[in-house]
Design a protein. Structure first.
Length: 319
């Protein structure tokens, strides 16, 4: 059996630009873990090693039920591989769930998962960590709950001039980039940038479509910067106006027009859930609980590309 350090490799789970993730067995504690290492071809690239180290340091700051837990990190002495040891979560990704459900989720489920992600992002932001690559492929499911992972592009607020990203660089996954990311305006990237990406996830989960799509990255960036997404309710009439308004506010072009924080977004989603629960109670008492489900079904847009069994390791940009 192949080994990396003391870990017995069981199977490769994902491979991409940010690393390779294995299911590994830890003999001393007799448990399976997720072991992430840099690909051998990246060992000589200082940029890759610095990003890998930054992910470890970002995760070390965070202990939250909706953020993947890190157990240890270091460099394996025999092979020289930098590595991370994390919880092994086997519920698949949010992208896979959306595909299994026919391209979009029930609004109640989408909002519950979105609220959990907003809570995770708020916790990270309050501790000085921006994710910068929030997307369905980087959301794992654990017993039905959302768990944010892959902090390889995370930025520490206190990194200052030593941060990895130069002015004009673009990092992230294009389809989920906020306009300021698409322009490479590093001075404008902040918590509202992650709020935009979470809005894009909600849009994708509720409609089955991406807020913007194009045949080239250049055209995609132009749309992100200049065009508004198709109104959510045109794609899925089961999304009520209040929820559509929340999603579209997340996707505002200007950061100051979005929710001022992930915590505020979490509060709005929680309030929507409370109103929905109250409405369902009233309808149940009247005996017409099923009536709202008879509204027009969701449109079936072209499915978003890139729905793979993946931790989302290889779909981001570091230009």
């Amino acid at each position: 059996m192949e080994r990396i350090g003391s870990y017995e490799l069981r199977e490769e789970l994902a491979r991409g630009a940010m690393g390779v993730v294995y299911r590994a067995f830890e003999p001393y504690l007799e448990r399976d873990v997720a072991l992430k290492v840099l690909p051998q071809e990246d060992l000589r690239e200082s940029e890759s090693q610095r990003r890998f180290l930054r992910e470890a340091r970002a995760l070390a700051r965070l202990r939250h039920s909706n953020i993947v837990a890190i157990h240890s990190a270091g460099v394996l002495p025999e092979q020289g591989y930098p590595y991370l040891v994390m919880d092994l979560l086997e519920g698949g990704t949010l992208e896979q769930l959306i595909e299994r459900e026919g391209g979009h989720l029930d609004p109640g489920l989408a909002v519950r998962l979105g609220r959990q992600l907003a809570d995770a992002l708020s916790y990270a932001h309050e501790r000085g960590v921006l994710h910068r690559d929030v997307k369905p492929q980087n959301v794992l499911l654990d017993q039905g709950d959302a768990v944010l992972t892959d902090f390889g592009l995370a930025k520490l607020y206190d990194a200052g001039a030593d941060g990895l990203t130069r002015s004009g660089d673009r990092v992230g996954t294009p389809a989920y980039m906020a306009p300021e990311q698409a322009r490479g305006q590093q001075g404008r990237i902040g918590p509202s940038t992650d709020v935009y990406a979470l809005g894009a996830i909600l849009y994708r989960a509720l409609s089955g479509a991406l807020p913007h799509s194009a045949d080239s990255i250049v055209d995609l960036f132009a749309k992100i910067e200049r065009e508004e997404p198709v109104p959510l309710r045109q794609l899925n009439q089961r999304v009520d106006p209040a929820l559509a308004e929340i999603v579209h506010r997340c996707l505002a072009k200007r950061p100051e027009e979005r929710f001022p924080s992930a915590r505020k977004l979490q509060d709005e989603l929680a309030a929507w859930e409370a109103r929905r629960a109250s409405d369902q109670t009233v309808r149940a008492q009247r005996g017409d609980l099923a009536l709202p489900e008879a509204s027009a079904p969701a449109a079936r847009p072209e499915p978003a590309r890139g729905a793979k069994r993946s931790w989302g390791l290889g779909l981001g940009l570091g230009l």
